[in-house]
Design a protein around this ligand. Structure first.
Ligand SMILES: [Zn+2]
Length: 166
């Protein structure tokens, strides 16, 4: 693979931050929809819509969230959340996201990595690799950091998404 590009709608970046701030100090997360392509050896993602699991009462039992962890404990429930996003936006389910509020950890934790490694092994997004967006901000400043993490098997590509329109 020659390159990996990730773009995000400005409204989606804002929505991710809004959802994360609203549920802080706990971590939170959800699903991403949009488009993907693999052409001329370049893998490209456009993140065009987002849902937060904590915004829906019907999904409150499918995850556990604390200030230092966010874990999905019901894969079928998570698939239903993804289906809701697909129906809401009329676009494909392309990946997941979660937050690290007031935390200096701007990279995935080992628990986060084992979650996307499992998605890779299960081929959940085949023929595309799993995309995982992490939104974090430190205790000192509310400025958010957004990274796109793409599990490519032996390693994870970490990319700063381009804001579309900029
Ligand atoms: Zn995490």
């Amino acid at each position: 693979m020659r390159d990996v590009n990730v773009s995000i709608f400005p409204g989606v970046a804002q929505a991710l931050a809004g959802i994360s701030f609203r549920h802080a100090p706990d971590e939170t997360g959800g699903v991403l929809v949009g488009t993907r392509s693999f052409q001329d050896d370049v893998l490209e993602y456009n993140i065009l819509g987002v849902l937060g699991v904590a915004d829906f009462d019907e999904f409150k039992d499918i995850y556990t969230a604390t200030p230092t962890s966010f874990v999905c404990n019901d894969r079928l429930g998570w698939a239903n959340l993804a289906l809701k996003a697909v129906e809401t936006f009329g676009m494909s389910y392309i990946g997941d996201w979660h937050s690290h509020p007031r935390c200096s950890l701007t990279t995935l934790s080992s628990q986060d990595i084992s979650f996307i490694a499992e998605q890779f092994m299960l081929g959940q997004f085949r023929p595309y690799p799993p995309l995982h967006v992490l939104l974090s901000w430190s205790a000192k400043t509310p400025a958010v950091n957004i990274s796109a993490n793409i599990m490519l098997g032996k390693y994870i590509a970490v990319i700063k998404p381009q804001i579309l329109g900029n």
